[in-house]
Design a protein around this ligand. Structure first.
Ligand code: ADP
Ligand code: ADP
Length: 229
């Protein structure tokens, strides 16, 4: 359960247009830090930097004290698990999609992850039932079901660090609440970066950062931020 630190992180896709302008924060081991803010604020960019899809241009990001530029791509990938907003699934079985991040996982492990993400009962109750999980191709899943597959995939991989990048924002409100409960249980004991659009969806984060135009403009617990108005 490593600590993740952003230290004075600056980043721009185009030189004359800074996106992140001196971000500093820490996600303590096993805790959840939420980042909220309007679209375009730089929230997803922050997640991309943690994955090293891009490198910071000033400052640094560390995991357990190590600059992420000095760790191998492979160990970085092992350390991080993401549930994105729009999960792209392969046109294959649910089992394949869940095991994608950990090829070689046993069928029992895949089933356990499916059960933990509460997708197992849902699948078993469909007309094709269990065959859909283990053998059948051609996925036709709703948004909420897809997100459950993404959560199961991440749970199977069991990374110490989780990133939820607006993982529920494409869902209707009933599904959003249900999937948020799944995310909360997946995040138990993990070092978690929770990216969200609205403050109301990150109530129990240990700290919430409000990002605007690439700067942290407010920070605190949910209660403290509400009290400030
Ligand atoms: P958020 O997740 O808060 O909505 P993003 O991090 O996705 O914000 O985007 C921040 C800004 O960076 C936006 O203005 C967006 O248009 C711009 N941006 C995002 N990706 C790219 C890219 N690949 N090239 C250029 N600009 C980008
Ligand atoms: P990691 O998450 O450590 O990169 P994965 O094996 O889970 O490793 O993913 C491999 C690649 O596929 C990564 O580039 C990741 O961003 C991307 N990816 C993983 N899951 C999804 C998903 N549900 N939707 C879209 N891209 C994904």
């Amino acid at each position: 359960r490593p600590v993740v630190r952003f230290e004075d992180v600056h980043f721009a896709y185009e030189p004359e247009r800074p996106i992140l302008r001196g971000l500093s924060f820490e996600i303590p081991a096993g805790q959840t830090v939420a980042v909220v803010g309007p679209s375009g604020a730089g929230k997803s960019t922050l997640a991309r930097l943690l994955f090293r899809f891009y490198d910071v241009q000033q400052g640094r990001i560390t995991i357990a004290g190590q600059d992420i530029r000095s760790v191998t791509q492979e160990s970085l990938r092992r350390a991080l698990g993401i549930v994105p907003q729009d999960t792209v699934l392969f046109n294959d079985t649910i089992a394949y999609n869940i095991a994608y991040g950990r090829p070689g996982a046993s069928q029992a492990e895949v089933e356990a992850a499916a059960r933990a993400a509460h997708i197992h009962d849902f699948i078993a109750s469909t007309p094709k039932g269990y065959a859909t999980l283990v053998g059948e191709r051609g996925l036709k899943l709703s948004g909420g079901e897809k997100q459950r597959v993404a959560i199961a995939r991440t749970l199977l991989k069991n990374p110490p660090i989780l990133i939820f990048d607006e993982a529920t924002s494409a869902l209707d409100s009933a599904n959003e609440r249900a999937i948020q409960a799944e995310l909360r249980s997946a995040a138990q004991g993990k070092t978690t970066l929770l990216i969200a659009h609205r403050l109301s969806t990150v109530v129990d984060a240990h700290e919430i950062l409000v990002l605007e135009a690439g700067r942290i403009v407010e920070r605190g617990t949910h209660a403290a931020l509400l009290a400030q108005g």
